[in-house]
Design a binder for this molecule. Sequence first.
Ligand SMILES: Cc1cc2nc3c(=O)[nH]c(=O)nc-3n(C[C@H](O)[C@H](O)[C@H](O)COP(=O)(O)O)c2cc1C
Length: 159
Amino acid sequence: MTRCEDDKVTRLVVVLHHSPTASTRRLTESVLDGATDPHIEGVEVEEIEALHATADDVRRADGLLIGTPVNFGYMSGALKHFFDRSYRDLLEPIHRVPVGLWVKGSSDASGAVRALIPILRSLDWRLVGEPLVIEGEVDARAQDAAYELGATLAAHLTL
Ligand SMILES: Cc1cc2nc3c(=O)[nH]c(=O)nc-3n(C[C@H](O)[C@H](O)[C@H](O)COP(=O)(O)O)c2cc1C
């Protein structure tokens, strides 16, 4: 939700994620660090675990960062549960919210990306850049890419 105070505009990035393991948590922390990069001004960041997120949490966002592990070739049940509960309330168009997406699998994350893209499209959300796909270990390179994803989306809101 864009706020204006003393001629300053603040935009809200909501980081909607399910991060049940140490490696997924590390990725999420890197995305959060990127979104809160001190060089990016005028952006506030809110983190919401998918299991507790509501449609209203997400509808307030000027930009979204969405992350999930891959389970059984699909997004996590937690993120699916969010969309199951909230999809109808998210359909009411607000604006073409920009979205950065990351998925983390052990060997094949393609099913989760394939599942998420049509959902984002049907909500008229706009994917910024390519989804970040991490398969296997979360090493320094993966963390850098996650940082970049967060920073890119946040910086996009200031354009
Ligand atoms: C029930 C279950 C199903 C999974 N299915 C897949 C899968 O289909 N494809 C895949 O690449 N990884 C799969 N994984 C691995 C998870 O994506 C992985 O545990 C997650 O990315 C976190 O990584 P970590 O366990 O190294 O912390 C599965 C894990 C679990 C627990």
